[in-house]
Design a protein around this ligand. Structure first.
Ligand code: BEZ
Length: 214
C-alpha cells in the first residue's frame, strides 16, 4: 500500500469535524485511536457502518480507544446525515467526531484513497497508537462494509501484543490461547509466562509454536 502505512507517524493535520477543529495529534493524545474513512454522506453502506460504530462506541471506550470518522463532505452535510444514521441504527448516538474533507486532501495524506478511483476514499481504517504511529490498517473497497467485530478483535490483539511478547494466531478470539513471540527463548518464556506454555509437537521437532494464556 503506497503512502501512509504501518509504523509511519500520523501527520498532525488540522481537520474540521462535527465537534469543531481538531489537530490529529492532540486528539490521539495518549490513546489508541481508530480513524475510519467513508466514500460519502447519505450513502447506504456508510450509513450502516457509522451507525454500527456508534453501537460499538461503548466497547471502544471500555478499552480506552477513541474514534474519529471521516467522510468527504462538509460538516453541515455530516450533521444532517447523522440524523439518518441515528434513526436507522436504533437511535444509537453518534458520539464520536466525523471529519470533513470536501477537497479530498485529508484522504490523500492519510492514504485512504481508493486506488481504483483516485477521486474517492475507500473504506480505510487506521488504528493509531499512543505514540501516533500506525499500528494496523484495513483497506476495503466501497462495495464491502466493514465488520466491527473484526475491528474490536484486531484491536484486542494489538492491545495484548503491546503488553506481552506474544502474537495472536489465526481466527484468535479474546480469551483463547496466544502464541509466544519467536524472539523469546524457551528459558525466557519460562520466566515471562510463569503460568506455563504448551509447545506443539511438530514433524520438524522445532519448538517454535508455543501457546500460553495471558
Ligand atoms: C455506500 O456507502 O453504500 C457506497 C458508497 C459509494 C460507493 C458504493 C457504495
Amino acid at each position: 500500500m503506497p503512502g501512509l502505512t504501518l509504523g509511519d507517524s500520523l501527520p498532525n493535520l488540522e481537520v474540521e469535524t462535527t465537534h469543531g477543529k481538531i489537530k490529529l495529534h492532540d486528539y490521539v493524545n495518549n490513546s489508541y485511536t481508530i480513524i475510519f474513512s467513508h466514500p460519502g454522506d447519505f450513502t447506504p453502506v456508510c450509513t450502516t457502518e457509522l451507525g454500527m460504530m456508534a453501537a460499538y462506541a461503548d466497547k471502544f471506550a471500555q478499552r480506552g480507544v477513541k474514534l474519529l470518522g471521516l467522510s468527504c463532505d462538509d460538516v453541515n452535510s455530516h450533521n444532517e446525515w447523522i440524523k439518518d444514521i441515528e434513526a436507522f441504527n436504533n437511535g444509537h448516538k453518534v458520539t464520536y467526531p466525523i471529519a470533513a474533507d470536501p477537497k479530498k486532501n485529508i484522504i490523500k495524506q492519510l492514504n485512504m484513497v481508493d486506488p481504483d478511483d483516485t477521486q474517492s476514499p475507500s473504506r480505510a481504517l487506521h488504528i493509531v497508537g499512543p505514540d501516533k504511529k500506525i499500528k494496523l490498517s484495513f483497506l476495503y473497497p466501497a462495495s464491502t462494509g466493514r465488520n466491527m467485530d473484526e475491528v474490536v478483535r484486531a484491536l484486542d490483539s494489538l492491545l495484548k501484543a503491546s503488553k506481552h511478547k506474544i502474537a495472536t494466531p489465526a481466527n484468535w478470539k479474546p480469551g483463547e490461547p496466544v502464541v509466544i513471540a519467536p524472539s523469546v527463548s524457551n528459558d525466557e518464556a519460562k520466566e515471562m509466562f510463569p503460568q506455563g506454555f504448551d509447545t506443539a509437537d511438530l514433524p520438524s521437532k522445532k519448538e517454535y509454536l508455543r501457546f500460553t494464556v495471558v
